[in-house]
Write a protein of this length. Structure first.
Lengths: 882, 107
């Protein structure tokens, strides 16, 4: 132990180190006793006696010395994690089919969820890209029925003047009614969404211009040169991205105005606004029923929405008390801006997220049954390893690592899938609200993916692992590969199939109801015949067409010219096409009745509009050449108006007139009803028709500057687009015209609905596919496990057909139970879809029956292959294999 | 007098703060400096030394005593120094608090 200089070498082991240290203690104690005069042998004895329980202390010290330091413990953990992962990867690689199926399954499940969550994150969760967006609110007039109504400016001025809790407030156009305006003076003539906003608008919404400035108080003064602020897209497309706005002008609504600012990309509030101009330049309209505006407000810092809402509502109520019948606003409704923006888009999004969640659950169920099947077939390996001394914790950890590795791979593949899905979603996405969704991954989305991957691994990896290691070693060793169907095992399988089927049924029912609704919408009688109709949407620039006569002359020329195109049978015009989301309405009088007897929509149309659109004449006549300017003013009304206002009496021959709050039908002329036409679904396919009055554009061309020419052809309207566009350009190149087949406009009007149906449909298909893969897997596995059993029965003379029938019957039992559970679940959940359904009840029997049939057919097909295999089992082979 | 639970560690750290010491010397030092009040049992001392070593608060080295006997000498590490400072601060507050409670409200 000693070296030559008498120095001890360092102890070689921990045990020795401990021993020596404790012995040294005794020796030192003895030395001290000796120094006090006790003789050495006695001193040593006493020192030894004084020392406590030597073996116990020694053991305790050795244990502590042998235990890892915190750092070592961490390193050990990492090391065994790496080893486990490597081992898991090697094992997984040995069964590539399982690996690929599992990763793909998870990629679908996780990908769908990540994509939908990403979209929801952008639209519903991320803060709006405005300064302190939580302080911005949307304001609406409240009708006597409690509904929101667009605002009359006169009311707004009073709100603004009488409230104190708002830092600022601004009037903006109600974008639901915004049309586009022709803009000249840019690089090309264009039609853009232009809106009048009060000068406080930009301050209220809290967005700084990208170039230049926004409106200041001067812009509101009379006699000031008109100015505009433009959106990024206008700056890019019409202004050639000039950096110096000095001297840059655009011409719109007959006025040339200086461009003073450019807003940052993506800013188009409200709706799709591309050009903002000061509202204050308009003459004030004091009518408190002149609706059509919307408003936003910015709360003072520290003010709650509730307090501000209460204050402004008090003002609104007071206005109603003061003005009574002159206003139809009984109060003011206030909403957070987000709610205003997201509105109806929220529910479909949440439904899609729920659907994606169901798909993930189905995927997880597949994974669980896959892991279980794998584990069971590896039960002898597991038994062997545990016999060789691997503890249960070790085995569970190993198997958990395997499922963690699988889900990690699945999550990685899922992120890739999500990118594709998101790109596809944004491509097909409806509505402006989707502007707030991006395909970019952010921390929230990544965290979400990690969370679902981890919980998948935990729930669906840990459970099989725990289950499989539960068997006592000897039992598994003995049973080995010869395992006979054990009752508990097949119960777990059945439970998985039940769960899977139930989930898919819920998914399919939801999807089925939406498909049926969508079909019902498409089956709606719109009142016109879109097939074969080409529309040319145009606005004649006010600069060049300031006189009504000029407008009428241009339209006459254009229609006459288009009528000469090959295949064209009818050419008409109307100021607002059906389903365009835009219309005018107002009160009118009926000759011989009290004032204000009627209220309805009105449109300006030409004689051939009705035949071009295929709107049927029910009585009387269409407009004719003789209904010219100066002749007796005539109107055509729709069936609803005729029925509601004239009942059994014939409407034709009656006279109406004098619209109260719109000057577009001029004077006090009575206008004679010359015809009654069929109802047209003007607002949307799902909303029934309102009363409608058509006036003749020759007699009243004043609202015809914005209008659409409708061309009926006996060929494909799309093939006319190019030649018709050339004709229009030849007539006046400064009129930006948009040519669209009417059928496309109809399709666009149901885009939101189609989108939801499409995404849900894809999810349902994926769910169904996964479920059938799952059922197939479970049944194949059951057949494989019962191979010997079946072999014996076949050897004993059982008919192969009977055997496979039995296999199918066994497999279908959990499917049927799942179907029952799923139907109950769907009945409970389908109510949440109510607002998205059209002419279909949430418990629509046809949907439920179809889903059940589809599911059963799929399940039978999924069972069929393995069942057929069972009947082909060669008894001799299976017996020998034992 | 028995040691209060958890106080041995800080006593050890304090004892080896100035110069390295072996286990026996540490026990003696605590006994003497406490006026023969605090008796450190070997069964507590050596596991404690091992633990402190494990936690990196002490580091140990074999060497020889003045009388030429071999012994394992413990010295304070930087982490040990920090821990000691913290523990002494905690102790002061603890004593103060205990004192305040035990003496009761001052009239």
């Amino acid at each position: 132990m000693s070296d030559q200089t008498g120095r001890r070498t360092a102890p070689v082991s921990t045990d020795e180190d401990v021993e020596r240290e404790l012995r040294a203690h005794v020796a030192l104690h003895a030395e001290r006793l000796v120094s006090k005069g006790i003789e050495p042998v006695e001193a040593h004895r006493r020192a030894q006696q004084a020392f406590g329980n030597y073996p116990a202390i020694s053991r305790q010290c050795r244990n502590i010395a042998a235990s890892p330091t915190p750092r070592e413990a961490l390193a050990n953990m990492l090391e065994s994690f790496v080893t486990d992962t490597r081992f898991a990867w090697r094992t997984l690689r040995k069964s590539p089919a399982f690996l690929v199926t599992s990763v793909l399954t998870l990629a679908l499940g996780i990908g769908a969820n990540t994509a939908i969550f990403g979209v929801i994150n952008g639209i519903l969760l991320q803060p709006l890209p405005y300064d302190e967006p939580d302080r911005i609110v949307a304001l609406w007039e409240r009708t006597a029925e409690g509904r929101d109504n667009s605002i009359a400016a006169a009311n707004f001025w009073d709100w603004q003047a009488s409230t104190t809790l708002f830092e600022s407030m601004a009037l903006v156009p109600d974008h639901r009614f915004s049309g586009r305006t022709t803009v000249l003076g840019g690089q090309v003539p264009a039609r853009v969404f232009a809106g009048a906003v009060t000068i406080d608008f930009f301050r209220t919404i809290g967005v700084e211009p990208f170039i230049g400035r926004t409106f200041d108080a001067e812009e509101a003064m009379e006699g000031v040169a008109p100015t505009l602020v433009v959106a990024y897209s206008v700056w890019r497309d019409l202004l050639g991205e000039v950096t110096d706005l000095e001297g840059v002008t655009l011409s719109m609504l007959g006025t040339e105005a200086a461009v003073i600012g450019v807003m940052p990309a993506g800013f188009n509030y409200p709706g799709q606004t591309q050009i903002w101009f000061p509202f204050e330049l308009y003459p004030r309209n004091e009518h408190r029923t002149a609706h059509g505006k919307s408003a936003i407000g910015r709360l003072r810092a520290g003010t709650t929405l509730a307090a501000a809402a209460a204050e402004i509502d008090t003002v609104g109520v007071a206005l109603y008390e003061r003005f009574g019948e002159d206003t139809d606003a009984v109060g003011v409704n206030v909403y957070p801006l987000r709610q205003e923006l997201v509105g109806d888009a929220r529910r479909p999004l949440l439904i899609l997220l729920a659907a994606a969640g169901l798909v993930l659950l189905v995927a997880c169920t597949n994974l669980a049954s896959g892991l279980l099947a794998r584990g069971t077939s590896r039960s002898s390996e597991i038994a062997l390893r545990s016999a060789l001394g691997a503890g249960r914790a070790r085995l569970v950890r190993q198997m958990f690592t395997e499922s963690l590795l699988l889900t990690t791979l699945g999550a990685a593949a899922g992120l890739l899938t999500a990118q594709l899905v998101t790109a596809a979603l944004l491509q097909a996405a409806p509505g402006e609200v989707w502007r707030y969704a991006t395909a970019e991954l952010d921390i929230a989305v990544l965290a979400f993916t990690a969370l679902i991957a981890l919980s998948t691994a935990l729930l669906f990896g840990l459970l099989p692992a725990l289950r499989l290691t539960r068997k006592s070693d000897s039992e598994a060793m003995r049973a080995g590969t010869r395992s006979v169907t054990d009752g508990q095992g097949s119960r777990v399988w059945s439970a998985l199939v039940v769960a899977e089927v139930a989930l898919v049924v819920v998914l399919l029912v939801g999807c089925g109801l939406l498909i049926r609704s969508f079909q019902a919408v498409l089956d709606v009688d719109s009142g016109f015949q879109p097939a074969g109709v080409l529309t040319i949407d145009l606005e004649l620039p006010a600069e060049n067409y300031s006189q009504h006569e000029e407008v009428a002359r241009f339209l006459d020329t254009a229609m006459a010219d288009l009528r000469t195109l090959p295949g064209v049978t009818d050419v008409g015009m109307v100021n607002h096409l059906p389903l365009g989301g835009f219309g005018l309405n107002g009160a009118f009088e009926i000759e011989g009745r009290e004032p204000g007897a009627g209220y309805g929509d009105y449109r300006v149309a030409s004689a051939e509009y009705f035949s071009a659109m295929g709107i049927p004449l029910l009585s009387g006549r269409f407009f004719v050449e003789e209904d010219a300017e100066g002749a007796e003013p005539v109107v055509i009304v729709n069936q609803t108006l005729a029925r509601e206002l004239f009942g059994q009496e014939p409407a034709v021959g009656k006279r109406i007139g004098s619209l109260a709050n719109d000057n577009w039908v001029y004077g006090d002329d009575w206008m004679r009803i010359v015809g009654v036409v069929g109802d047209v679904r003007h607002r949307s396919l799902t909303r029934s028709s309102a009363r409608e009055v058509y006036v003749h554009y020759r007699q009243r061309p004043m609202r015809a500057r914005t209008s659409a020419i409708t061309i009926r052809t006996d060929g494909d309207p799309a093939s006319l687009i190019k030649v018709a566009r050339d004709r229009m350009a030849a007539l006046d190149p400064d009129i930006p015209a948009e040519l669209t087949p009417m059928r496309d406009l109809v399709a666009a009007s149901v885009h939101d609905r189609r989108f939801t149906v499409m995404v849900l449909g894809v999810f349902s298909l994926v769910g169904l596919l996964l479920a059938s893969v799952g059922i197939y897997g479970v049944v194949s596995y059951a057949v494989a496990r019962r191979q010997r059993d079946i072999g014996i029965r076949l050897a004993l003379g059982a008919a192969p057909l009977r055997v496979s029938q039995e296999v199918i019957r066994d497999a279908l039992t959990p499917v049927l139970i799942g179907l029952g559970v799923g139907v109950l679940g769907a009945l409970a959940l389908s109510r949440t879809l109510s607002s998205l359904l059209f002419e279909v009840t949430p418990t629509d029997p046809a949907t439920f029956v179809a889903v059940a049939a589809l599911l059963l057919a799929t399940a039978v097909m999924a069972c069929w292959l393995p069942a057929r295999r069972s009947s082909k089992i060669d008894p001799i082979v299976t017996m020998r294999a034992e | 007098m028995d040691l209060l639970k958890g106080t041995l560690d800080v006593l050890i750290l304090k004892t080896v703060a100035d110069r390295p010491a072996h286990g026996y010397a540490i026990a003696r030092a605590i006994l003497e400096q406490s006026g023969e009040t605090l008796i450190v049992e070997e069964g507590a001392l050596y596991p404690a030394l091992r633990r402190l070593d494990k936690r990196g608060l002490l580091t140990a080295k074999w060497g020889r005593t003045d009388t030429g006997r071999e012994a394992k000498f413990y010295r304070l590490t930087a982490a040990g120094k920090r821990q000691l400072g913290k523990a002494m601060g905690d102790w002061d507050r603890y004593v103060e608090a205990m004192g305040m409670v035990l003496k009761g409200p001052q009239s």
